[in-house]
Design a protein around this ligand. Sequence first.
Ligand code: NAD
Length: 453
Amino acid sequence: MSEFTVLNPATEQPVTTVAQPDAEETDAAIARAVAAQRDWRAVTPGDRAGLLRRFAAAVDAHIGELADLEVAGSGHPLGQATWEAGHVRDVLLYYSAAPERLIGKQIPVPGGLNVTFHEPVGVVGLIVPWNFPMPIFSWGMAPALASGNTVVAKPAELTPLTAIRIAELALEAGLPEGVLQVLPGKGSVVGQRLVDHPQVRKIVFTGSTEVGSQVMAGCARHIKRVTLELGGKSANIVFADCDLERAAATAPYAVFDNAGQDCCARSRILVQRSVLDRFMELLEPAVKNVAVGDPAAPGTEMGPLISAAHRRHVASYVPDDAPVAFRGSAPDGPGFWFPPTVLAPVGAADPAYTEEVFGPVVTVTPFEDEADAVTIANDTPYGLSGSIWTSDVGRAIRVSRAVETGTLSVNSHSSVRYWTPFGGFKQSGLGRELGPDAPEAFTETKNVFIATD
Ligand code: NAD
């Protein structure tokens, strides 16, 4: 068993050391999950719902503790981390209603009665990235459990602490042993084993498109069900007819939230040329006013990047001769800090414009008209998120339909609401999470015909 030292990204000091399970321990956990699933699926819908509500209550009673863990282990600002812990509670509560509503169909057929059932797939392997350790864990875990599956979850190596604690809270709330297990191991060991193990019947993977494609290939060998939530390079499209002050004031938060380590980051701002100069005038103070600093301090809006290696990666997109239009601030001294950075004008081949930076770097590009905006927005292999700013309702609808992306918002930057489906077009993923249909994604439809003649 190897060990991993979790660092505080804001101080570079160790937080704690976590034992990393190996492949044999992963197999043992999967065996426990298989055994536990036989009983879990037999728990009556009402009792399963009740246990999920108790689990939500246990999370609710520990919001402060979970938030502090995320501040220390992931560098998330306290306000954001508190929201994230509350989001886990809300997602559990939302899906606690699902066991009693997994309703099949009665289909008219000759000669008998035909009904469909939503049967749990079995054991679900959940592979989570480091950028939103709590929310992304809950999006897979809660609907999977609600549908009668057991879950073996692998948090990212860098950020295992909150998932470990949430699994302890599940046990304290009365979920049976083996129903929810967290294995804080390496992707190449635990993650790979979840993909390769024949008794894991579905993988929910959130992470890079590169690893997601390997995961999909691994799942193909077993015809294993897979949901992929991958990278993004989303556009924030600002038309001349919009409330330009609001569009400029909110644009920094649409990309610098979580220090830009957000798959939904609107990292390409596209602005209609006729208002480009005015937009840049308005954007500059908004960027400079982003409060970057100690994540534990109230009022901090942006913390550090997750690691030294990731900061090197982000910095590679802003070489010395990069076209920096303006930048915000970042603390000196220890911590993996990187200031909010606006690049303009950028060439169409500039990696900062074409690749997912996953840091606080945004490009600004002018466009001429509606058709031009849609062409530029779609000129990417990704299709996860995006925003459209306009006061013309018809245009809002036309552009929403034309942009090839899974989650769009008009005159706002919202992406993830647990009531609504979330996921990507093109290389941003496969399948959808959240929303009312998520529990069915963890089931197989069984059709049963009962002869009456
Ligand atoms: P990553 O792909 O490096 O790792 C994601 C997870 O996969 C980690 O837990 C890692 O340990 C595991 N992993 C690594 N190799 C594996 C293997 N061979 N088999 C199985 N699992 C393996 O991604 P990351 O750097 O942690 O996260 C950043 C990426 O995640 C970005 O591209 C971002 O856009 C994406 N992301 C997408 C969404 C979404 O919902 N679409 C949400 C958040 C993050």
